[in-house]
Design a protein around this ligand. Structure first.
Ligand code: AMP
Length: 419
């Protein structure tokens, strides 16, 4: 039997995990400065949650969800984080406990897309959600935080594209303008877009079908039909971004793949990265209707998600300092028991230690210690034990010495700490 990982779902092996940890550490440290707290909703939610919030006529809901029925419940592996987090916010009546909540999450998402570099079927997102703040100050702060985060990760060529989708009034006007423009061109659109023209014309702006590109480029701009308060919101967002000196580009065609967005919308693209067509490293926007639609009060929301694989592809390669550690090489049964005890006291001093339990030759254990980058190898043998000592090999300095069995852990821990 030749069982392999599911197509589009990747193993992340230990030799790659250091970069993941670094990325996750920088993300957590940054968002904590802005007072976001972590929330961990389940990976599986009722299918209806995503269908209603993401929208029935979207690529994700129509084609990409991993949905299944289990004991009569219709369930789906989460394709994105916002809907589940908002569901949790409503379910636990968090609005009654605090007027504003700043939450973040980090974990895998699932979408049955066609796999390519930077596009997978299981991928990781880190995201933030703010409930209870109508903006636009928080909108600007969030975009500014993202640009700063990119800089901290060493991703310097980033552009932040922003747009607004307005509230219901603007949306209705824009929908009419878009349909009036697209109707006469209907026959030239791709099939998906033709089908969406009546049910969800805004989605056509997000089409990746090359037949639609030119038509989309000539479409009317939503910025021309904004209601007064939507315009004010967008103008203030821009002036706050200017004040923060956050570079941004206004892109009136930006719609993104979810129906739940209202007003502010943004996307971060890493330029010149190894990403090819998958240059969007993250994006988000305002979703002022979601909490109410989920049965909660009229609480506005805004959030974003970053794609961790794409960030890793855009980040410069950097080898962090290797952690120092000790390999114990016991020769025989009594020596193994002694090695386990020494390893335990090393760890008690905060030093990583690994006992080679293969019962192999000294030569082979030393080869392993060198290849795996151990700092010291402690050889525990019968002759040394009889004298109450062990032999310590410094694998970088290529020297060796005998140390007392009872002091060795403390001495090496001191050396490692002060090196
Ligand atoms: P979205 O949830 O669609 O707003 O996407 C936010 C970010 O998640 C994107 O900018 C990507 O970086 C990442 N992302 C979305 N879909 C995928 C995927 N299929 N594979 C890898 N990353 C993805």
């Amino acid at each position: 039997m030749n069982l392999r990982a599911v197509k589009g779902m990747n193993d992340i092996l230990p030799d790659e995990i250091g970069r993941w940890h670094r990325l996750e550490r920088v993300f957590r440290a940054t968002v904590k400065l802005y007072r976001y707290e972590e929330v961990r909703p389940p990976l599986v939610e009722p299918t209806a949650l995503f269908v209603r919030q993401i929208g029935e006529v979207t690529d994700i809901v129509e084609k990409e969800m991993y949905s299944f029925t289990h004991h009569g419940d219709d369930l789906t592996l989460r394709p994105e984080g916002t809907a589940g987090v908002a569901r949790a916010y409503v379910e636990h009546t968090v609005h009654a406990k605090e007027p504003v909540s700043r939450w973040y999450y980090l974990g895998p998402m699932f979408r049955g897309e066609r796999p390519a570099k930077g596009r997978y079927r299981q991928f990781y997102q880190a995201g933030c959600e703010v409930f209870g703040d109508p903006g636009p100050a928080i909108d600007a702060e969030m975009i500014d935080m993202l640009v700063k985060l990119m800089g901290d990760l060493g991703i310097t060529k980033v552009s932040a594209n922003i747009n607004t989708l307005g509230a219901a009034g603007t949306r209705a006007k824009y929908r009419d303008a878009l349909v009036a423009y697209l109707m006469p061109l209907r026959a030239s659109l791709g099939e998906d877009s033709q089908r969406r023209l009546e049910r969800n014309p805004l989605r056509i702006l997000d089409s990746k079908d090359p037949r639609d590109a030119e038509i989309i480029a000539g479409a009317p701009s939503i910025l021309d039909v904004l209601d007064e308060d939507d315009r004010q919101h967008f103008d203030s967002l821009r002036s706050y971004l200017d004040k923060l000196r956050t570079p941004y580009v206004v892109d009136a065609r930006l719609v993104r793949g979810f129906d739940y967005y209202t007003r502010t919308l943004f996307e971060l693209r890493a330029e010149g990265a190894e990403l090819g067509s998958q240059s969007a490293v993250g994006g988000g926007g305002r979703y002022d209707r979601m909490v109410k639609e989920l049965g909660g009060p009229d609480v506005p929301g805004i959030g974003f998600a970053l794609g961790l694989e794409r960030l890793l592809l855009s980040m410069p390669a950097s080898a962090g300092p290797a952690r120092k550690w000790v390999l114990l090489a016991p020769m025989g049964d009594a020596a193994t028991a002694e090695a386990l005890a020494i390893a335990k006291s090393l760890r008690g001093y905060g030093v990583a230690a690994d006992v080679d339990g293969r019962g192999s030759s000294l030569k082979s254990m030393l080869r392993r210690a060198n290849a795996a980058g151990a700092t010291y190898c402690i050889v525990v043998g019968d002759a040394e034990l009889a004298k109450g000592t062990v032999q310590v090999k410094d694998l970088n300095g290529h020297s060796q010495e005998d140390l007392s069995r009872t002091d060795v852990a403390r001495i090496l821990a001191d050396r490692i700490r002060s090196s």
